[in-house]
Design a binder for this molecule. Structure first.
Ligand SMILES: Cc1cc2nc3c(=O)[nH]c(=O)nc-3n(C[C@H](O)[C@H](O)[C@H](O)COP(=O)(O)OP(=O)(O)OC[C@H]3O[C@@H](n4cnc5c(N)ncnc54)[C@H](O)[C@@H]3O)c2cc1C
Length: 442
């Protein structure tokens, strides 16, 4: 049995899915899961929903308890950051945390030579220069960040300015309104979520937010106005207003920056890797021999859509974690004696990763669900099925084919039928007909 582990970097959805799949596909050798957060793997979507408005406590977000993780036999290193990867030798450099191996068995302190590596480091929240030294200005990507914001939202009646009207900003606006705060949602685009779902669906969302009392504005942040010290006593100045570049002043007790994210690739400095907008992979999620990627960080050649894609979607992270694990083991069994595999395990089959993309968003009691691609469309057709019930459907096309579909307020059965229609790009008219038939059934 090899003493070189497979290491998974990033202990979240994609990393956990990869670790579990490695065991399922027969890897019995050492398995190291490395995460820079101090927490056991947890789920992020509830951070802007149930956790933010206080319906769920952090324990409910855990993807697995310690007891559930135990059978995996993981060398779990939390609070440990990967700071480098030498691709040729598959050696990781690690920083901090407990259990970083001492100088033994040829391993140097903080260096881990691996049989294979799966990179699942996700993305980090974008921020604005100097914002981290202003009290009351928040980002929302991690559990700790969500708890900090929730703490400040605990007393009602705060003036919250949300900068960025994409999906995260919209969800946070909904949660804060439900808690009774005064919410302003400001974006560079006039329409919320326009980049993700198009302006027509975005306008329907805008109507919903306005009806719930959210103030919607267009503009870019110029600067923050502050008072000398914050009530929490950190010594940092406290935000009192946001100035927009168009001269508009928005009084604020709290600001949430929801201005997008950046793939967590800054630690990958080996020139063998292409880290332009995520870690570039082939159709098998391989970035280099023995090095795979999964989840929000991975930009891979989608075999059906014929171009490199990167998704920041929960389901993709799970599915790609499993695919990367299977394909890494297939490579190892084909190219080495793979001494970490169970003797009776069938050799995993190497397969391109070709998912039907899926994401959802919950805002108030409205659920949006989308299959396929809704970004990069050159044609969108939106049908409002029932305005009062807020039931709507949008079809997205590119180069004459339908490539994506979005549903609001449809039954689970209808949504499942939409997935089947859009699983592979279909000529536009054919897709329209099929979609029409699915919404005719209840
Ligand atoms: C607030 C919020 C709401 C969301 N809502 C939805 C939703 O409604 N629907 C949907 O489809 N998707 C949603 N998403 C997106 C979804 O959560 C992500 O797609 C998913 O978490 C991606 O999983 P991942 O494992 O690829 O990356 P992540 O969950 O980002 O995990 C990456 C992990 O790697 C760690 N890491 C980074 N660099 C290093 C390093 N160098 N060394 C060690 N560890 C490192 C990070 O700290 C993190 O713990 C939401 C995301 C957020 C933040």
């Amino acid at each position: 049995m090899t003493d070189r582990p497979i290491a998974v970097v990033g202990a979240s959805v994609a990393g956990l899915a990869a670790a579990e799949a490695l065991r399922r596909f027969g890897w019995r050798g050492p398995l190291t899961l490395i995460g820079d957060e101090p927490h056991l793997p947890y789920d992020r979507p509830p951070l802007s929903k149930q956790l933010l408005y206080g319906a769920w406590e952090p324990d409910r977000l855990l993807l697995r308890t310690e007891d559930q993780l135990a059978p995996l036999g993981l060398d779990l290193r939390l609070g440990t950051r990967a700071t480098g990867l030498d691709v040729a030798t598959r050696t990781l450099t690690l920083d901090g945390g407990v259990g970083v191996p001492p100088l033994e068995q040829g391993r140097e302190w903080g260096r881990l030579g691996c049989a294979g590596v799966i990179i699942a480091t996700g993305v980090t929240a974008r921020t604005l220069p100097g914002a981290d030294r202003i009290a009351g200005v928040h980002t929302l990507r991690t559990l700790d960040e969500a708890l900090a914001l929730r703490g400040r939202l605990a007393d009602g009646g705060r003036r919250l300015v949300i900068v960025g009207n994409g999906v995260l900003g919209c969800e946070a606006a909904a949660a804060a309104r439900e808690l009774g705060h005064d919410v302003t949602l400001v974006g560079i685009e006039a329409t919320p979520m326009a980049a993700a779902v198009g302006t027509e669906v975005g306008e329907l969302l805008a109507e919903e937010h306005r009806a719930r009392g959210v103030r919607l504005l267009t503009g870019a942040v110029d600067s923050f106005e502050t008072a000398p010290a914050d009530p929490a006593g950190t010594g940092d100045p406290q935000v009192t207003a946001v100035w927009l570049a168009n001269g508009c002043r928005l009084p604020a007790d709290l600001v949430l920056l929801a201005i997008g994210s950046r793939p967590a690739v800054e630690w990958l400095d080996d020139p063998a890797l292409d880290t332009t907008d995520g870690l570039r992979c082939d159709a098998y999620c391989a970035a280099a021999p023995g090095i795979y990627a999964a989840g929000d960080v991975a930009r891979w050649d989608h075999p059906v859509h014929g171009r490199p894609l990167r998704f920041e979607h929960r389901m993709n992270a799970t599915e790609q974690g499993m695919a990367a694990a299977r394909n890494l083991l297939a490579e190892l069994t084909a190219t080495t004696d793979a001494t970490g595999m169970a003797e009776d395990a069938p050799a995993p089959e190497r397969r391109p990763f070709a998912p039907v993309p899926y994401f959802w968003s919950d805002q108030y009691d409205l659920k949006l669900q989308a299959y396929g691609l809704t970004m990069g469309a050159d044609r969108v057709e939106t049908t409002v099925l029932d305005r009062a019930e807020r039931r709507a459907l949008a079809l997205y096309g590119r180069d004459g084919n339908a490539i994506g579909v979005l549903a609001a307020g449809l039954s689970p059965r209808q949504v499942r039928a939409l997935r089947a229609v859009i699983a592979t790009p279909l000529p536009w008219e054919e897709a329209r007909e099929q979609i029409g038939a699915t919404t005719a059934v209840g």
